[in-house]
Design a protein around this ligand. Structure first.
Ligand code: BES
Ligand code: MN
Ligand code: MN
Length: 455
């Protein structure tokens, strides 16, 4: 073992304790009641970064939640890495399904359980620990670092682009590093070269002006819940293809070589479907499960409501029915263009007797990088050193809105080196992060800085 690995091994408890401290802060960006906690989390992070040896750390206000910016620039001549992550977390609800409270971190079966354990505080703190290791072993870092840890990722990163444009000069760097994705399996390190984008919309169908007695009026006027069901059902055909005209126009076809590479990944498909709890895999005809969850666009209903849903029966003809619909996008789809086509199609599907309103929530561009760039090669070497096997090159189905913005505004190569597992229950009750991922990921981050310095 080298000095870095030895130091990290000997200081595991201390580094885990630092993660536990930040996991106690309920930095839920979506809920206004937690705005002060979000800020407290930013302040805590900034002062922790100063304590571990960064030369500068500050909390930068935005029109929304603050950004934490920190730097250490003591390696003249060496490359500069811009580390991005997020300290905000998803709402913990439904609370009754948590085995232990979401903001009282608990160790169970070699995993740290808390909201944000994996997404993304645990992964940000792998880097914090990796920097501590370098400072302890050699008093310096192998590369210059600039950190941008934001507080609005889980709500669409609305104000980050403005921050990036204003801070552009100060953020000058050679490479972007992000740990906010997953690995194929607990001992299969992975590097991600593509993320899907997002287009999030809402449909509201209104029939009668108020709820009606279904015996008195039923049969005479349209039912908005049935009308909504009709619209939603028509959005996909029997082959699982999305029916919105023009939806696939900008989709870049998957090259044959990439399809074979994806097919050759050590992906435990049966285990993945088992983990979902669904009875079987179902999706677009002609594509594998791996392609369906990472390289193909999707359309899903995230929530829908109408009429009476309480106990027992109520004979009512509802006035309103609504649904939240999200579409995951792939290169070169754009959320604005997809939304325009979606809205037009939904309107055209509306049956008689109802009014349909469509609205846009937020979107993210898809992201794709060239896996052959030198920074990616450095990450491949770092992962091979720490996990004793080469990483798998994967595409991920989730979205990190800022990745496309980084490409557009700063024009830099990006490394997505993440350590989440499919059973980490991110965004769900009982989120956790395996200590194998946390400690293995920390060593990988420490090695990554060395490999980036090697060029
Ligand atoms: N860390 C995730 C993104 C992710 C998830 C990457 C799974 C790879 C695999 C991130 O925090 C996230 O949840 N993003 C949101 C973005 C949305 C709120 C704009 C997502 O993907 O739903
Ligand atoms: Mn995340
Ligand atoms: Mn998330």
């Amino acid at each position: 073992m080298d000095a870095l690995a030895t130091y990290l091994e000997q200081h595991r408890d201390e580094h885990l304790a630092a993660l536990v401290d930040v996991l106690r802060i309920p930095s839920v960006s979506a809920q206004p009641a937690h705005a002060a906690d979000v800020r407290r989390c930013a302040e805590h992070l900034a002062s922790h970064l100063r304590e571990i040896g960064l030369s500068h750390a500050e909390v930068v206000d935005t029109p929304g939640h603050p950004v934490v910016y920190a730097e250490w620039l003591g390696a003249p001549g060496a490359p500069t890495m811009l580390l991005y992550g997020h300290y905000d977390v998803q709402p913990p609800e439904p609370l009754e399904l948590w085995r232990t409270p979401p903001f009282e971190p608990t160790l169970r079966d070699g995993k740290i359980c808390a909201r944000g354990a994996c997404d993304d505080k645990g992964q940000v703190f792998m880097h914090v620990s990796a920097m501590r290791a370098h400072f302890a072993v050699s008093g310096r870092l192998p590369v210059n670092v600039k950190l941008v840890i934001e507080g609005e990722e889980e709500v669409g990163s609305e104000h980050l682009e403005g921050f990036l444009r204003v801070w552009k000069e100060r953020l000058a760097a050679d490479v972007i590093v992000v740990s906010d994705t997953g690995m194929l399996g607990p001992d299969q390190p992975s590097l991600c070269y593509a993320l899907r984008g997002l287009c999030y919309a809402e449909i509201e169908v209104t029939g009668p002006a108020r709820d009606l007695h279904s015996g008195e009026f039923g049969g005479a006027v349209a039912n908005p819940a049935l009308a909504l069901a009709h619209v939603l059902d028509a959005l996909k055909d029997a082959d699982g293809r999305i029916t919105v005209p023009g939806f696939y126009d900008a989709v870049r076809p998957l090259p044959a070589a990439e399809r074979s590479a994806l097919a050759a990944l050590p992906f435990d498909e049966a285990g993945f479907i088992r983990e979902s709890g669904a009875p079987e895999a179902v999706g677009e005809t002609g594509y594998s499960t791996m392609e369906r969850v990472s390289a193909r666009p999707t359309l899903d209903v995230n929530g829908m409501w109408s009429g009476y849903t309480g106990p027992g029966a109520k004979t009512v003809l509802p006035s309103v029915a609504a649904a939240k619909v999200s579409m995951r996008l792939v290169p070169d789809q754009r959320p604005e263009a997809v939304y325009a086509a979606f809205e037009k199609h939904v309107r055209s599907l509306a049956p008689r007797g109802v009014a349909v309103k469509v609205s846009y929530h937020h979107g993210a561009d898809p992201f794709l990088t060239e896996p052959s760039h030198p920074a990616m090669q450095a990450a491949i070497r770092a992962l091979a050193r720490s996990w004793s096997k080469p990483p798998a090159l994967i595409r991920e189905g989730g979205s990190i809105p800022v990745m496309a913005t980084f490409q557009k505004v700063l024009g830099l190569p990006s490394i997505l080196m993440g350590f989440g597992l499919h059973d980490d229950q991110v965004h769900a009750p009982n989120e956790k992060f395996s200590l194998t991922s946390f400690h293995g990921g920390t060593t990988s981050c420490a090695y990554l800085y060395e490999e980036l310095a090697r060029g």
